[in-house]
Design a protein around this ligand. Structure first.
Ligand SMILES: Nc1ncnc2c1ncn2[C@@H]1O[C@H](COP(=O)(O)OP(=O)(O)OP(=O)(O)O)[C@@H](O)[C@H]1O
Length: 432
């Protein structure tokens, strides 16, 4: 097998993919976090209260300004219209952290790669939007991260918090620097699937993280390939004989594989405590469980559904349920997994009543267009989908996925059950 080693995975740069959907979790009232915004956690935060001359910059958040890498704080700038922090590459965030580049953007704010002058290492700093509801959510994330850090002593499962502070009305959370997300990797690889042995290693670590969180009575609620990061950016290029397109240079086509399968889960901004009210909508659309859509209330099993969707996506290269609409989403589930149990359809809440007629899903009658019906029709049944992409261990994988994607949350596999499944315990001589 031809192989070329590369040390840096090209980072995503503000990838604005259409499939990303805002979550609705923050539209519903949240419990008050124990930690309060506005408390500095003891580190030097530099110029926190300085209100220098207001300088309105262009819409672009990152503008390169030469000669700003001095020790002081940058000039005061207004936030952009969405409450995002405005900065210039090369300048300081606080006097401790120097901004290198922007590596991500999400609902909550921006993630900046920064040089930590104190520890002499790169860190990822999430600079949260300066808006009350995001500040409050960020404080819940800090609380969850601290709890996870307390029990995950080896720091092997969840992205580790290093520090946090409140700077110019922005909660800043400092994380260890990790590599690209699973989604970044798939995208840069032209959505080519991962080998099943790699899917197994990722699945195992993901389930260990979920089991660990569930043991602590925490529900992540937003598991998706964007929130699972490879620890290292290193990858290897291997020749890929499956694809038909060839590299014009040498006639051989390559696909990238991570050098190490080690992953960590990030983004605990939507994590719910078991005791909270679980009726509001959670999860990013494609990974949302049926009980959430049907308004039946949700708990730990909603994470397991997301894990099922993620594993299918890693095997096939593409999101399983590519939809933005509830009825179409439910119809896609029925196409791939069979009919939704009548006892679940009977209990739907008043928002979901319109998707049910005479005790069954109102499909295809309720479809909004012929295209929508076609999109549902072209989906294969789960076993066929897996067999199209997986060359060995397909039987075990199908069985595992059928357990993770059970409609009734009370029958769905738990994280501990899943870890004991033959897909993980059988000796497959994995090369990852
Ligand atoms: N520790 C890290 N190391 C490297 N990159 C990171 C790290 N944390 C976050 N990122 C990058 O920043 C992106 C956004 O981070 P995160 O998901 O925490 O933000 P968010 O605002 O909560 O996003 P969302 O809209 O999904 O809730 C990630 O998808 C990832 O690409």
């Amino acid at each position: 097998m031809e192989m070329e080693c590369v040390t840096e995975f090209p980072h995503t740069h503000m990838d604005r993919r259409p499939r990303k959907r805002p979550r609705f979790a923050w539209d519903a009232p949240q419990l008050h976090p124990k930690a309060q915004p506005g408390i500095y956690c003891g580190q030097e935060v530099g110029n926190v209260t300085s209100h220098g001359t207001s300088r309105v910059l262009s819409d672009q958040a990152s503008i390169f300004v030469k000669g700003l890498a001095q020790k002081g704080s940058p000039p005061w700038r207004d936030d952009d219209k969405d409450g995002h922090f405005m900065f210039a590459l090369g300048e300081n965030l606080t006097s401790r952290y120097k901004i290198h580049r922007k590596i991500g953007e999400g609902t909550f704010g921006q993630v900046l790669e920064c040089w930590d002058r104190e520890t002499k290492e790169m860190v990822a700093i999430k600079v949260v939007r300066g808006i009350k509801k995001y500040r409050e959510a960020a404080m819940i994330e800090v609380e969850v991260l601290q709890l996870l850090g307390k029990y995950d002593k080896s720091g092997s499962r969840c992205g580790q918090i290093r520090n946090w502070f409140d700077y110019r009305n922005h909660i800043c959370i400092v994380f260890e620097m990790l590599g690209p997300s699973l989604y970044d990797f798939l995208r840069k690889n032209n959505y080519r699937s991962f080998p099943v042995d790699l899917v197994r290693e990722i699945g195992r670590q993901l389930l260990e993280c979920v089991a660990f969180m569930h043991d602590l009575h925490l529900i992540h609620t937003d598991l998706k390939p964007e929130n699972i990061l490879f620890v290292s950016p290193e990858y290897v290029k291997v020749s890929d004989y499956k694809v038909t397109t060839r590299s014009p240079k040498d006639g051989i086509c390559y696909k990238k594989l991570p050098r190490s399968s080690a992953i960590k889960v990030i983004d605990f901004g939507s994590t719910a405590f078991e005791c909270q009210d679980h009726s509001y909508i959670v999860s990013t659309r494609h990974y949302r469980a049926p009980e959430v859509i049907l308004g039946l209330g949700w708990s730990y099993p909603c994470d397991m559904w997301s894990v099922g969707c993620i594993l299918v996506e890693l095997c096939s290269g593409e999101a399983l349920f590519q939809t933005h609409e509830n009825l179409e989403h439910l119809a896609m589930m029925e196409r791939v997994l069979g009919p939704i149990p009548p006892h679940m359809l009977k209990r739907v809440d008043r928002h979901a009543e319109k998707y049910v007629r005479k005790g069954r899903l109102d499909w295809p009658e309720g479809a909004i267009s012929r295209e929508s019906i076609k999109a549902v029709m072209k989906l294969p049944r789960l076993p066929n989908l897996v067999m199209q992409h997986v060359d060995h261990s397909a039987g075990d994988l199908i069985d595992l996925l059928q357990g993770l994607l059970r409609y009734d949350p009370s029958n769905r596999l738990t994280a501990q059950d899943a870890l004991r499944h033959p897909f993980f315990t059988r000796d497959y001589h994995s090369r990852f």
